[in-house]
Write a new protein. Structure first.
Length: 609
């Protein structure tokens, strides 16, 4: 028999205990009558009582154990015995099984209807424990992963496929499709959305098929033994993206939209032929929520104010730089949202158009038909724009057109793939733009990265080890504090045992003033770097990341990894290509100057760069 839940009047008991007042209870009951929400949730949301206090109060009144789920070692097979729909609907989770029956954690242990439904579903004696709702929901995302479904559907699909025949009927795309390949892909997407994956990789290997998902910038892997299903998955995805399923020798790119777990997901698909078959990478973007506001991109308040001043100037070029996946597009769309008004004509030239924005004319380049950045840019200048967004400056022609637009009364926003703000202006010189044009057009440059945020649920203070202390001393110089404590996540259910949850942006900003413009006109890279590092408001990325580490928002390991990205011997990233001989002297000279300046300040060269 299950242990029946006692019916108690939680509101009256909280008033009697002095936790809430009579007036607060009346207000909460009135709100409950209108909204239909649980009384406990209303009391917590209005700040009348803390969640921790309410749960411990319920535990005491009902004589139930209180379970902290943060580090609870749950069994995935046991958890799965309570269907996910019941677990989420009734805010419950199976915790353990012993000779007395099943222990179920409930966020609302006085919900008698939920208790009865759970008992009916499980068909065994049930005891209840009290758990935090916020912890429960995060653990459910980890506990009800789709990994077992993926394995099951992969095996089913493999059973339907034979070595010699492959039916296109299994690839038909419709909303009512219930074929194994459709269910497998749905499970893959659901799992990716559930763990906040930004990318999904499907990679054929010699004897297996690898599924990899990038979460907070780090790949997680699942291996499937059914290698043959890879071609079915790729063909299905090609159909969804409108690609040529018969072409397997050349890379293809496409996109499609899907709805997963009540979210509208935009999928950018890229295929590439490899030695063992076609590899697929899908970039997932959630378009369900509000468009990013500039205030939400993560810039420090002082830098945000300076950046807003830059983008409200009537003309000039503002660059946002960083590697792929560093959040450049998010920053630019935040800027566009800030600038978007009926008085401004805004045109964007993108590859691809990532978000649809009202009132903004967005053009997607199509190189296959000759609609490249340069051609579209020339056309946009005849469309009477006030503001132009160029998705990326990739070549001298695009750069020159963007510069001329910035010099002739237009505000131009764009991106570059460079390591830092200082090297961005020099990159424009490297690709052949005249120094006087760069000096006249460029108003400011923002460089950014995304680093992992330490999990707030399991963070703990740690001292820097010997290696880290040596690096800190070289980087910080006289400001190094040997006794300083930093943060590290020990790993919990909330962060899937990684110690990190989410990412935070790190920014550096360089405004091109008269001195810097003068150095650019002279094509003097060394002088430009020298004056840039001497700017009072300039703070390198690594130092900005160290500020976050000092605040406990990220770990020293993440900052040192960022520092490693910055230690490019040339200081200039050339879109994945080797630097040419012409690039080397200026880049080396610039780094030499940076090293000399750092030495004079008592810092390491890495600190100045």
């Amino acid at each position: 028999m299950s242990s029946a839940i006692k019916k108690i009047r939680i509101g009256d008991l909280l008033v009697a205990s002095g936790d809430i007042s009579e007036d607060q209870l009346k207000m909460a009951l009135a709100e409950q009558k209108e909204s239909g929400l649980k009384l406990g949730r209303i009391l917590i949301d209005n700040g009348f009582v803390g969640e921790e206090r309410l749960l411990k109060f319920l535990s005491e009144q009902l004589g139930l154990p209180f379970v902290d789920l943060q580090d609870y070692p749950y069994d995935e097979e046991l958890v799965a015995r309570l269907p996910e729909t019941y677990a989420r609907r009734y805010r419950a989770m199976l915790l353990e099984e012993d000779e007395e029956g099943l222990l179920v954690g409930m966020a609302d242990p006085i919900d008698i209807f939920a208790f009865d439904e759970i008992c009916r579903q499980l068909g065994q004696p049930v005891r209840v424990a009290v758990v935090r709702e916020s912890e429960l929901l995060s653990v459910l995302d980890s506990a009800y992963r789709r990994t077992s479904d993926i394995v099951s559907f992969a095996s089913e699909l493999d059973g339907e496929l034979s070595v010699d025949e492959f039916s296109l009927n299994t690839l038909s795309v419709s909303e009512e499709d219930n074929t194994p390949v459709a269910r497998l892909l749905q499970s893959i997407f659901e799992d990716a959305v559930q763990i906040r994956a930004s990318d999904v990789h499907i990679e054929p290997d010699e004897g297996v098929l690898r599924l990899r998902q990038r979460v907070d910038g780090v790949l997680q892997e699942q291996i499937l033994n059914e290698k043959r299903i890879g071609s079915a998955l790729v063909s299905r995805l090609k159909l969804m993206a409108g690609l040529d399923i018969s072409e397997k020798r050349l890379p293809q790119d496409g996109r499609f939209d899907i709805k997963v777990k009540n979210k509208n997901i935009d999928v950018r698909l890229s295929t590439m032929p490899t030695a063992h078959g076609e590899s697929v990478v899908m970039r997932l973007a959630d378009h369900s929520g509000e468009h990013t506001q500039l205030e939400a991109v993560g810039m420090p308040a002082a830098m945000l104010q300076r950046f807003k001043l830059l983008i409200t100037r009537p003309n000039g070029l503002v660059l946002v730089t960083g590697p792929t996946g560093s959040g450049k597009t998010t920053t630019l769309y935040g800027a566009l949202n800030n600038l978007n008004s009926a008085e401004k004509k805004i045109i964007t030239v993108e590859d691809p158009v990532e978000y649809q924005l009202e009132r903004i004319n967005q053009v997607q380049v199509m190189p296959k038909i000759g609609l490249d950045f340069a051609r579209v840019l020339r056309a946009t200048l005849r469309q009477d724009p006030d503001i132009l967004l160029v998705g990326e400056i990739r070549d001298p022609e695009t750069a020159e057109i963007a510069m001329r637009a910035a010099m002739t009364g237009h505000l131009v926003l764009s991106t570059l793939h460079t390591n830092d703000a200082v090297s961005s202006a020099l990159r424009l010189l490297d690709i052949g733009v005249e120094g006087y044009m760069v000096a006249t057009a460029v108003r400011g440059i923002v460089a950014q990265r995304l680093i992992r945020r330490v999990c707030e649920r399991c963070t703990q203070p740690v001292a820097a080890d010997e290696h880290q202390q040596g690096w800190l001393q070289m980087t910080l110089g006289d400001s190094f504090d040997e006794a300083k404590q930093y943060a590290r996540g020990k790993g919990c259910n909330y962060c899937n045992r990684t110690g990190y949850f989410g990412r935070v942006g790190v920014f550096e900003m360089l405004e091109v003033n008269g001195e810097l413009a003068d150095a650019l006109r002279r094509n003097d890279a060394a002088l430009f770097a020298q004056r840039a590092f001497a700017q009072p408001g300039y703070r390198p990325l690594v130092h900005a990341a160290l500020d976050y580490a000092a605040q406990g928002r990220t770990s020293l390991e993440e900052v040192m990894a960022l520092s490693g990205q910055e230690e490019d011997p040339l200081g200039i990233q050339l879109d994945g290509m080797e630097a040419s001989a012409d690039d080397v002297p200026a880049a080396l000279e610039r780094n030499l100057v940076a090293a000399q300046r750092a030495h004079k300040r008592g810092q390491s060269p890495g600190a100045a760069h």
